[in-house]
Write a protein that binds this ligand. Sequence first.
Ligand SMILES: [Zn+2]
Ligand SMILES: [Zn+2]
Length: 166
Amino acid sequence: MKIARTTISGPYTCLKDWQDDCFVQAGDDGLVFSSKGNYLTAFFEAFPNNPDTFIRGEGKTIEEAEESAWGQLQRFQACSGHDFERRNYRNGAGFCKHCGMFKSKAFEPLDRCHICGVPTQHCYDTKRNWFCEQHKDQRPEEEVPEFEKRLNELLEITARRTGKNP
Ligand SMILES: [Zn+2]
Ligand SMILES: [Zn+2]
């Protein structure tokens, strides 16, 4: 059986027969945000290639969480034909209307490059204009969002420490 990487406890031996190319990870310290107060739960996450999706199961124990994730996979595989809808996502992700399966690239992103109009999610400026990879240099320096500048600073610091170029 597959061994799942875990966040705090030791390695976890899966109960279910996950495919070889399916990456799995588990933990008993998953944070759940709730209006009644946040709490910790056991979780089990799987990233199968067939179908290409991301599954997260939760439960009181990792075993219970795995059971839930496995149940979701069975439901996705039994679906007679996926029919995706965007829900609130603009980045091209979709969910099947019948079985609820998540697919990261079900659609083209809704956002389009400000310069050439291709669907993109590459980067944007403070006015929420998007730029594709080819046109990212045409974004004015003063309109690069704060979070991105800070991220770049961090990357530079890390690169200097490790002696690698970013
Ligand atoms: Zn489906
Ligand atoms: Zn472009």
